[in-house]
Write a protein that binds this ligand. Structure first.
Ligand code: DGY
Length: 279
């Protein structure tokens, strides 16, 4: 079958695919993307969209269904990497690691403010699926008190009021867009830390920048509403640690994600059931 991809994927499994064109290919029946919107008109023969990402919020799954196009994603293999980065951001922000690095590089030594403890602090995990669960397990090893908020139950507002650290792990959907609204950000206690490794649009980004500019809270952000654009105001703030959507970006995890993509494509070509279908 003719395969098109928006990029070459890392790891050895990629070489098991034959006849892949990177870029436009009107006769492609399989398209490999990294959560990019599918230009349906450019791929009239499409039968499978294999997404190199667990999140598929930029893929019009309903339209794929209407057109009889299957969609797969890469769940399960990136939980540890994303949880590690979330925890890295928690530590970097609370213990002022990035600030310390900047201080030394600019010839200084003394930090402008003391850090805050991670051990013993209260962590609200918003979205307690596979990744949220992995974050909660790491938090327990740090003697943190964990408030687990599932998307369907649990009192999010109460958790936001109580937490020292909030880590966001829900997928982006109509139900979660703007979930951490201006009003909810205002519930965070002074000195609280918000960490987002899920999707930028789950948090009201303008309201978050306002809260951060006030100096009342701090944040660690791997995701932004209009990537790769990062708001100018955010880049100037000292109380936020910024990373360019790298939560799953390790050699091991990206190779494992490629393995899942390739296995789905090979199963599709053989007419076998897909491993991780979302539609
Ligand atoms: C995902 O898989 O959804 C991640 O955000 C990609 O890094």
């Amino acid at each position: 079958m003719n395969i098109a991809a928006t990029r070459r994927l890392p790891g050895p499994a990629w070489d098991e695919l034959e006849d892949v064109v990177i870029g436009e290919r009107p006769d492609a029946s399989i398209l490999i993307v990294m959560n990019e919107p599918v230009p349906f008109d450019a791929f009239p023969e499409l039968r499978l969209v294999a997404n190199f990402s667990v999140g598929y919020d930029n893929i019009d799954v309903d339209e794929c269904r209407r057109r009889g196009i299957a969609v797969t994603n890469t769940p399960g293999v990136l939980d540890a990497a994303v949880a590690d980065l979330a925890f890295g951001l928690i530590l970097a922000v609370r213990r002022r690691i990035a600030t310390g690095d900047r201080t030394i590089r600019s010839g200084g030594w003394t930090l402008p403010a003391l850090g805050r403890e991670v051990s013993g602090a209260t962590l609200a995990v918003v979205g307690i699926g596979r990744i949220g669960g992995a974050v909660a397990r790491r938090a327990e090893a740090f003697d943190m008190r964990v408030l687990a908020i599932s998307s369907r139950e649990g009192d999010l507002d109460a958790a936001l009021r109580e937490a020292d650290v909030v880590s966001v792990h829900v997928p982006l959907s109509d139900a979660t867009r703007g979930l951490i609204s201006r009003e909810r950000l205002a519930l965070l206690r002074d000195g609280a830390t918000l960490v987002n490794t899920a999707r930028g649009a789950i948090v009201d980004e303008d309201a978050l920048v306002d809260e951060l500019a006030s100096g009342r809270i701090d944040a660690g952000l791997d995701v932004f509403v209009h990537e790769p654009h990062v708001p100018e105001r955010l880049r100037g703030l000292p109380n936020v640690v910024l990373t360019p959507h790298i939560a799953s970006a390790t050699v091991e995890t990206r190779a494992a994600m490629t393995r899942v993509v390739v296995d789905n494509v090979l199963a599709f070509e053989r007419g076998e059931p897909l491993l991780t279908p979302v539609a």
